[in-house]
Write a protein that binds this ligand. Structure first.
Ligand code: NCD
Length: 332
């Protein structure tokens, strides 16, 4: 990159964020959502980025991330274009994905992308950095690799849940399920490394243990963690239980079906084992790993996570485009 080129604010990996940024984003998100309480507040937000346009390029299935980003764009007044199926674009005519994305960058001010290809967002960001229009890229999920904006909303949800309990520092976070291919747990673990005395308990069948690159990263960052298949023992000590589904879309040969995950399913009968102050989270969509009977328990936070996701993404857009300064922060 030329020295004179201003640095574009891409969101590619949770490892790019530090504690100061996370604290700032939590406060910014809390402040922005207060604008939701009045028509005047919402009209003010709508004016913030009415001069900007976003491209939503989602070539892997998505409900929450797509809708929350699209709605976040609407809240700050941004226009949106979308591609949800690469077979409807010139990729079908043999255009490379790199060329397609460079084309989109001619029409919009930011590209928010979800792709099955790990590392693609980084590659596109690097290509755009070399062009005369280096617009920001947001990684909205890149294969089994990263999902940094989910991690931001998860941190926001944890922070809000523990506000009267001293915040995230010192907490024990249990992550359950397909830890091998779950991008949400990869990105969230990276962010938790920014907090003091956090302990992560990774609970899974042996086939779904975390990958070695994540293990090495956590060791290098000196975060305390444990890998176990002791589901019930872990439930008793966890401050947060983060459930995830089996990511069988990445199976090569139906191998997930051979794994017995049943004893890692959270049932209503487990609730009495858990701390009364604990929180239950899930990035959703859920399957049988999270009993619907749990939805009524006050510790269930996954529906709030969804709404928190929308406001976290509003905050992120204002930060990326430098209009976060127009949101008055209460106590900085
Ligand atoms: C997650 C994802 O896409 O990685 N969903 C989401 O973005 N909320 C989790 C999943 O699909 O299991």
């Amino acid at each position: 990159m030329e020295e004179s080129t201003p640095k574009t604010f891409h969101v590619l990996s949770s490892s790019q964020f530090d504690r100061a940024f996370l604290d700032y984003m939590c406060l910014l998100t809390d402040t922005i959502r207060r604008f939701d309480k009045s028509k005047e507040g919402l009209l003010y937000l709508k004016g913030l980025l009415a001069h900007r346009r976003a491209m939503l390029y989602f070539t892997q299935p998505s409900t929450r991330t797509f809708l929350s980003f699209q709605t976040a764009c609407q809240i700050v007044g941004m226009g949106t274009n979308e591609i949800r199926d690469s077979s409807t674009s010139s990729e079908r005519k043999g255009e490379s994905i790199e060329d397609s994305l460079q084309t989109f960058s001619s029409y919009v001010d930011i590209i928010i992308m979800r792709t099955p290809v790990p590392g693609l967002c980084d590659r596109i960001a690097a290509i755009l950095n070399e062009t005369h229009r280096p617009i920001p890229i947001i990684n909205a999920g890149s294969g089994p690799d990263e999902h940094p904006t989910q991690a931001l909303l998860d941190i926001y949800t944890l922070n809000r849940s523990f506000v009267k309990l001293g915040g995230i520092d010192g907490k024990t976070i249990m992550m359950v399920g397909d830890l091998k291919r779950g991008r949400t747990i990869r990105s969230l673990s990276g962010l938790l490394a920014n907090y003091r005395d956090v302990k992560i308990i990774f609970v899974s069948p042996p086939e779904f243990r975390i990958q070695d690159d994540l293990r090495q990263k956590l060791l290098a960052r000196k975060i305390r963690f444990e890998e176990t298949d002791q589901f019930e023992d872990s439930l008793r000590i966890a401050d947060a239980v983060y459930m995830t589904r089996v990511q069988d879309e990445y199976d090569k040969d139906g191998e997930s079906q051979k794994v017995d995950s049943r004893r890692f399913h959270l049932k209503a009968t487990h609730l009495p084992l858990m701390k009364s102050s604990a929180v239950i989270m899930h990035p959703l969509p859920r399957r049988e790993e999270l009993d619907i009977a749990i939805d009524q328990d006050p510790r269930a936070k996954y529906w709030r996570q969804e709404r928190n996701g929308m406001w976290t993404r509003v905050a992120l857009l204002t930060k990326i485009f430098g209009v976060d300064q127009k949101i008055v922060l209460p106590e900085l």
